[in-house]
Design a protein around this ligand. Structure first.
Ligand code: HEC
Length: 101
């Protein structure tokens, strides 16, 4: 019985290993995560993938609220000099708050 369990566990671990190897570890900039692949996210994809992967957005913790996303967008503009118009900043903040807020 224990032996069977051990074999099953080993098999599962081997399969997980295979899956891990099949997945790219670092998505290159330009790959669009599933959460940002719809039409309303286009402004995010176009604007926010210029300097870094969109994973920077999708890996943030959830539930931080709309102000967190507004602040994040503002930080990109003020600290990192991202060229983002006020209109796009509003649109992006709204989409991110809706999806990841
Ligand atoms: C002008 C370049 C640039 C653009 C455009 C840009 N970012 Fe960033 N972003 C950065 C840099 C630089 C960092 C910090 C990188 C690091 O720490 O490795 C960063 C980091 C982040 C982080 C991680 C948390 C943090 O505050 O460091 C988030 C979230 C983020 N960006 C969101 C966005 C969003 C949303 C957009 C689109 C509105 C965007 N970025 C566009 C340069 C940019």
């Amino acid at each position: 019985m224990m032996r069977t369990v051990t074999y099953i566990m080993a098999g599962a671990a081997a399969m997980l290993g295979a899956v891990a190897f099949a997945q790219p570890i670092d998505l290159p900039v330009g790959d669009v995560p599933v959460e940002l692949s719809d039409a309303e996210s286009e402004v995010v994809v176009n604007t926010c993938s210029a300097c870094h992967s969109l994973d920077y957005i999708t890996t943030q913790p959830r539930g931080k609220g709309a102000q967190f996303w507004r602040d994040s967008v503002n930080k990109m503009i003020t600290v990192y000099s991202a060229p983002i118009s006020p209109e796009d900043a509003d649109a992006i903040s709204a989409v991110l708050a809706k999806k990841f807020g």
